[in-house]
Design a protein around this ligand. Structure first.
Ligand code: SF4
Length: 389
């Protein structure tokens, strides 16, 4: 029985594990805007109740396979044009070399990232694929994932809106995959809004890919972007959409909450970063909407305060690389793993390393991949400490 009793009846209902309605969630948000204490206490209590007393991360290498992209989001600095120095078109040899280095650094995850269907728009992408012996980026990702497995790393692919056949192929080698929902609001695709030039970010299209992944039972990472011009209700609806997906398919393994940070070379360079209090309220709200979900914030995007999110509901730091930059947020380097470990410890949480798939989703992973994982797995389904430290 939970002993915490609050003034808010809705939050007391949450503590008693009752499902709350959209209206109640909006009410909680509105009441918490000026004083979020009760919301934070509830989120903390639920985290204690449903999650372990440690915080996890995934030790990874970020493989920036191809950063040409057919779309343009107003906040994105990852995407490159063919003429830009940041262009990345990794050859098979470069992929092999980086994977080998990652293994040497005792990384566990090979994160494969690409722009959205680059070969649809760019001749350079088609030539690059041909030179490496492939017709589509998805085929190349299948091949790269096989190399990662052979090297002793576990692939997690985030390549935008893959079709169902490609998801099915990649499922053979990827222990999990990722696709950010970003936001469920159509309004953000209107003229002047951040997703106007990005047809792949149309909520219906995005949801369809997540539905396909659900039907295939792929452990999926998804999430939302906070502070790109959305309203709080649009954020709440986005979190509720993720809750619905998980209720229907049971395959959403974690929710990333990413706070917007303006990038100098983008259209949104003058938009202020997501307000920290607003972001924290959304983080805590996500915990009360999905009490058992794995909830992650990227520590590099809140470099001075990330540890304080441990007391409002998060239980994961996401992928951290000891050897590659965060190509999506290149100006925010990841803190050293040792620093994250110390900051987590100071906040009362031991840092543990996980696979790119959370232990509770192991039953969705095929037998062959599960067998490969066992070499570095401890009794909790996490990475043997002596391996990653
Ligand atoms: S966020 Fe993704 S889809 Fe949007 S421009 Fe960047 S790479 Fe393309």
């Amino acid at each position: 029985m939970n002993k915490l009793v609050l003034n808010s009846e809705s939050l007391n209902n949450v503590l008693e594990n009752k499902l709350i309605s959209r209206d109640e969630i909006i009410q909680i948000y509105n009441k918490s805007k000026n004083n979020p204490n009760e919301l934070f206490l509830t989120a903390q209590s639920l985290r204690k109740q449903f999650k372990n007393d440690f915080v996890t991360f995934s030790k990874k290498a970020f493989l920036n396979i191809i950063n040409l992209c057919k779309d343009t989001c107003s906040y994105c600095t990852y995407k490159s044009e063919p003429s830009e120095p940041k262009l990345s078109l990794m050859s098979k040899q470069e992929i092999k070399q980086l994977l080998y280095l990652a293994k040497k650094h005792r990384c566990v995850e090979a994160l494969f990232v690409t722009g959205e269907q680059p070969e649809q728009k760019y001749q350079e992408a088609r030539e690059w694929l041909k030179a490496n012996g492939f017709k589509t980026t998805a085929e190349y990702l299948v091949h790269s994932s096989e190399i990662a497995l052979d090297t002793g790393l576990f692939p997690h692919t985030n390549a935008g809106n893959l079709n169902k056949e490609d998801l099915k192929e990649l499922q053979k080698t990827n222990v999990s995959m990722g696709l950010m929902l970003e936001n469920i609001s159509e309004r953000l695709t209107e003229k002047g809004m951040p997703h106007h030039m990005a047809s792949s970010k149309k909520p219906k299209t995005r949801l369809k890919v997540l539905e396909n992944a659900g039907e295939l039972k792929i452990p999926m990472t998804t999430g939302i972007l906070v502070g790109i011009g959305e309203t709080p209700v649009e954020l709440i609806d986005s979190i509720l959409a993720i809750r619905e997906l998980h209720k229907k398919y049971g395959n959403i393994q974690e929710v990333i909450l990413q706070n917007f940070q303006p990038k100098p070379d983008t259209r949104m360079n003058n938009v202020p970063p997501a307000d920290e209090n607003y972001f924290k309220t959304i983080v805590a709200l996500t915990r009360i909407i999905m009490p058992k979900m794995n909830i992650q914030i990227p520590p590099n995007l809140s470099p001075n305060s990330y540890h304080s999110f441990l007391s409002i509901g998060i239980n994961d730091w996401g992928g951290i690389s000891p050897l590659t930059p965060d190509y999506v947020n290149p100006e925010f380097s990841w803190p050293e793993i040792k620093k994250i470990e110390q900051d987590s410890k100071n906040a009362g949480f031991e840092l543990k390393c996980r696979f790119p798939v959370y232990p509770e989703f192991f039953p969705l992973v095929n037998k062959e991949l599960r067998n490969k994982m066992k070499d570095i797995e401890d009794e909790e389904g996490l990475i043997i400490k002596e391996y990653w430290r």
